[in-house]
Design a protein around this ligand. Sequence first.
Ligand SMILES: NC(=O)c1ccc[n+]([C@@H]2O[C@H](COP(=O)([O-])OP(=O)(O)OC[C@H]3O[C@@H](n4cnc5c(N)ncnc54)[C@H](O)[C@@H]3O)[C@@H](O)[C@H]2O)c1
Ligand SMILES: O=C(O)[C@H]1O[C@H](OP(=O)(O)OP(=O)(O)OC[C@H]2O[C@@H](n3ccc(=O)[nH]c3=O)[C@H](O)[C@@H]2O)[C@H](O)[C@@H](O)[C@@H]1O
Length: 350
Amino acid sequence: MAASSSNGEHQTAAATTTKPPPLPSPLRFSKFFQSNMRILVTGGAGFIGSHLVDKLMENEKNEVIVADNFFTGSKDNLRKWIGHPRFELIRHDVTEQLLIEVDQIYHLACPASPIFYKYNPVKTIKTNVIGTLNMLGLAKRVGARILLTSTSEVYGDPLVHPQPESYWGNVNPIGVRSCYDEGKRVAETLMFDYHRQHGIEIRIARIFNTYGPRMNIDDGRVVSNFIAQALRGEPLTVQVPGTQTRSFCFVSDMVDGLIRLMEGEHTGPINIGNPGEFTMLELAETVKELINPAVEIKMVENTPDDPRQRKPDITKAKELLGWEPKVKLRDGLPLMEEDFRLRLGVPKKN
Ligand SMILES: NC(=O)c1ccc[n+]([C@@H]2O[C@H](COP(=O)([O-])OP(=O)(O)OC[C@H]3O[C@@H](n4cnc5c(N)ncnc54)[C@H](O)[C@@H]3O)[C@@H](O)[C@H]2O)c1
Ligand SMILES: O=C(O)[C@H]1O[C@H](OP(=O)(O)OP(=O)(O)OC[C@H]2O[C@@H](n3ccc(=O)[nH]c3=O)[C@H](O)[C@@H]2O)[C@H](O)[C@@H](O)[C@@H]1O
């Protein structure tokens, strides 16, 4: 349960550092040469990362560097930028040191789909802990601001609903999801310790389920599974009991929220997600209605520790970032359907 001493204000005040941040690159103070903003996106070849790169590249004053090990991401997601003079792609694993010069770091590198983060749980923890430590070390050396994409999974199987940032969560520390949710909790701790101890400028986004074009077709997450199944005419696999809820955010809204957080004045953590809440059975019914009314819905076994409910309280995002999602689930699903049809080679019948 949320302890009374853990209300948002108290948490934010305790987090504020008195130490000035390390100096940014001398280039930022040069009078005659206005250098571009150099932005590192770790995990930039993945789903959210590649959409973020597209948005950042729209600004001609930005240079974007992606560091990715291509575990779940792909060069294909970035193909329109490869060879662009303001873009660089580095095959790099964040569990290793990275010595480059940058002004901002969006730190996304980490597998996000449960089937991928459970595939090699020890590596997932290393990515979250050593990877975040390395990126914080880089931020400290070059005086960069760093944003971590944390997750609603830090709330575990929440006992408070909807979840405000002040809720400390209900997480199983030894379960099969712990490599990811405890990994992200340590990553958040490291961010705040570097902030308090070294004055690093940090931003933490707690992302709730995000969907949209470019998700891996075999990613295993629920929205991509249902859309791919509906298009192939296969039964939609609802994991029991089907009454568990999630709140789904369209990827363009997510990218807008992440950039506002990076550019704003607040460390966070700030929930970024769409508060529209659906049971998995409701989601299956909606996909069936919109994409393939002939398809069956089949109940299948679930995995351990699956959270029963999830819905973000986005009061902080609204007040501090002026952000709220614009795309409703019923409008976002057809945009994703279009992309999946193209990739699966299933044209729409008129
Ligand atoms: N999509 C969501 O619903 C969601 C929800 C909460 C949090 N997040 C967070 O957002 C971030 C991006 O998620 P996504 O949905 O785009 O996932 P994704 O799997 O599509 O992207 C992750 C990217 O990180 C790369 N990567 C993984 N381990 C790495 C390592 N050790 N070194 C370098 N690169 C590595 C992958 O190759 C991939 O390109 C993740 O940090 C995830 O935890 C996502
Ligand atoms: O919001 C978040 O913070 C987290 O959201 C997702 O985690 P999860 O909600 O478990 O994602 P899914 O695998 O899409 O599962 C959602 C629900 O759908 C159900 N499901 C999944 C797949 C399927 O085929 N059928 C089905 O009913 C699952 O049992 C679960 O209840 C992401 O994958 C995490 O990276 C992210 O951190």
